[in-house]
Design a protein around this ligand. Structure first.
Ligand code: NAP
Length: 282
């Protein structure tokens, strides 16, 4: 049976490290602030924003929430982002996605100062990740790498297969595995015979968004299985992209949902916010 990769434990370590650093900065009279914008009343987004605020509180950041009504225009949202860009007391800015359909999320992301782009979604920061010269890493893939490091799981020379090619998870995930000398394959909905790829994976990352999509027959014996998915099963219970109960019998390491990648994403957001503070101090 696989060893369970404990995202709660690893994220707690990251947050405790940040908390100590923030306490020392506070003694020097320095304060770190994350501004979080949420537009509309999507319940999932509300949960994510609340969790981010809770994490800010834990590590000692000040969090500013801007909850805007669903009818907010793109111009109004961008004007707020620009105001936050200018404010010296704001270190990080994030706009919770998805935004309502009448707003172009790319335009909003592009408006965020690259030094305050703690989600690392801007094309500048994505480009820096491509060339391996980055300040910020996108939170979810960075969280996965942090877990692999914590459990001493080497990537070098391994066959790494990522299912999913989103800009937020799949593509940057593949890039980070490549930076650590994995041999990386990105698969997606048009991939033919997906199992022929996943069965060869020493490290398999599922970022699909379909409940229990990865079944035991798709996984190589002894593989490391990372489940990024956050879905609801037929009973409304939170579950990942991996059929955890069956796959755990076959692999060497596996992340659970909940308690795996999710908490890591928030911890890495805290790490990026601290980084943003240092960048602005320079
Ligand atoms: P997304 O933008 O919807 O991307 C899903 C990807 O899966 C797409 O690239 C899609 O391929 C691929 N896909 C869909 N059906 C497939 C199939 N049958 N075979 C192979 N590939 C298939 O989703 P996302 O934003 O990357 O998120 C993925 C999952 O991770 C979701 O459950 C989301 O909630 C979760 N998530 C979790 C965290 C966290 O902190 N734990 C953070 C972000 C996201 P095409 O490109 O061809 O359509």
């Amino acid at each position: 049976m696989a060893q369970i990769i404990d995202g709660k434990l690893v994220s707690q370590n990251v947050k405790d490290r940040i908390r100590d650093e923030v306490a020392a900065l506070k003694e020097q009279g320095k304060e770190i602030t994350l501004a979080v914008i949420i537009v509309g009343d999507d319940p999932a987004s509300r949960v994510y924003v609340n969790n981010k605020k809770k994490a800010c509180e834990y590590v000692g950041f000040r969090s500013l929430e801007y909850a805007l009504p669903v009818e907010t225009t793109q111009e109004e949202l961008i004007a707020l982002v620009q105001e936050l860009n200018e404010r010296e007391d704001v270190n990080g800015i994030l706009c919770q996605l998805p935004v309502p359909k009448h707003i172009d999320d790319k335009a909003v992301i592009a408006a965020i100062s690259v030094k305050k782009d703690v989600d690392a979604f801007s094309s500048y920061n994505v480009g820096q990740i491509m060339i391996g010269d980055y300040d910020f890493l996108p939170c979810t893939p960075a969280g996965v790498m942090e877990m692999l490091h914590y459990y001493d799981i080497a990537v070098e020379g391994k066959n790494c297969v990522v299912i999913g090619r989103s800009n937020i998870v799949g593509k940057p995930m593949a890039m980070l595995l490549l930076h650590e000398n994995g041999t990386v394959t990105i698969t997606h909905s048009r991939t033919k015979d997906l199992t022929s790829y996943t069965k060869e994976a020493d490290i398999l990352v599922a970022a699909v968004g379909r409940a229990k999509f990865v079944t035991a027959d798709m996984v190589k014996d002894g593989a490391v299985v990372i489940d990024v998915g956050m879905n609801r099963d037929e009973n409304g219970k939170l579950c990942g992209d991996v059929d955890f109960d069956c796959v755990k019998e076959k692999c060497s390491y596996i992340t659970p949902v909940p308690g795996g990648v999710g908490p890591m994403t928030i911890a890495m957001l805290m790490q990026n916010t601290l980084k943003a503070f240092y960048l602005q101090e320079k």
